[in-house]
Design a binder for this molecule. Structure first.
Ligand SMILES: C[S@@+](CC[C@H](N)C(=O)[O-])C[C@H]1O[C@@H](n2cnc3c(N)ncnc32)[C@H](O)[C@@H]1O
Length: 245
């Protein structure tokens, strides 16, 4: 499905913006991941951008996970997939408590010989924005990510304190956080303290202080360089060049 067509079908639906949608779409076109995982779909805008690019490439499947409550959103992902005809590219998973439980079950299912066989080439983490949940999610996703696979974290600099309205929608009402936990960006902590210190990961890039990328290279290829490149999202260049796709 062409980018302009998917953009038109998603017009006005939260949360992912058109520019970020373009970035996700381009990622799939450029890297052609076979199996993708998304943690946090809400209405499913990001899921549909990913699925549209897969359809355009003629390959790829997305497993996407959210809470049961995401099914009650208007529109929900089921409806967006019907509208766009992309249902065969996406499997929707919903959990009562957390995507960490989905990941537990997926690891179990992939551990026939007692060792987890990885299955994903890309994982987009756009859910709780919480140290406890996403720190664990990263550890679990790492087991499922194939060598060469990519991770993308949304909300790098997001804090509870600056976005109080999102507490409810993003499910962090389980228990109250300390004042420090409310003011500190949790995804940045997960990325800096867990991902970039993991010996297998490299190609660290933080775009617009909001999207954080890492690739699972293996310890030898990753080497000892832990530098995080700080860049702008590519859609800025696209705008500056006046490219219209
Ligand atoms: C910002 S929204 C996702 C937006 C979507 N990726 C997009 O760009 O269109 C975050 C979603 O994460 C979900 N979420 C938060 N914590 C979660 C958890 N622990 N397990 C599953 N889903 C979670 C929320 O229900 C919410 O729908």
């Amino acid at each position: 499905m062409k980018f302009d067509d998917v953009r038109a079908a998603l017009d006005g639906i939260p949360y992912l913006g058109v520019d970020e949608g373009w970035e996700l779409y381009q990622f799939v076109v450029n890297h052609r991941p076979e199996r993708c995982l998304e943690l946090g779909h809400a209405h499913g805008v990001s899921s549909v951008y990913l699925a549209a690019a897969m359809e355009e490439e003629g390959r790829g499947h997305l497993d996407t996970v959210d809470l049961l409550t995401a099914g009650e959103r208007d529109p929900n992902l089921e409806r967006l997939l019907e509208r766009t005809g992309l249902g065969s590219r996406v499997t929707i998973h919903r959990e009562k408590n957390s995507y960490t439980w989905f990941l537990k079950k997926r690891i179990e299912a992939r551990s026939g010989n007692g060792v987890c066989e990885p299955c994903y080439d890309f994982c987009f983490i756009d859910g709780a924005k919480n140290w406890t949940i996403d720190g664990l999610a990263y550890f679990l996703v790492d087991k499922l990510l194939r060598p060469g696979g990519w991770l993308l974290f949304d909300d790098y600099a997001w804090t509870m304190g600056k976005h109080p309205g999102r507490m409810q929608s993003d499910g962090i009402t389980v228990r109250s956080l300390s004042r420090e936990e409310v003011s500190v960006p949790h995804i940045e902590a997960v990325y800096r303290l867990l991902v970039t210190q993991h010996p297998d990961y490299g190609n660290f890039e933080v775009q617009d202080n909001w999207w954080a990328w890492a690739q699972k290279l293996g310890a030898e290829a990753a080497g000892t360089d832990r530098t995080i490149r700080e860049t702008r999202m590519k859609w800025h260049e696209r705008e500056e060049l006046g490219v219209n796709d």
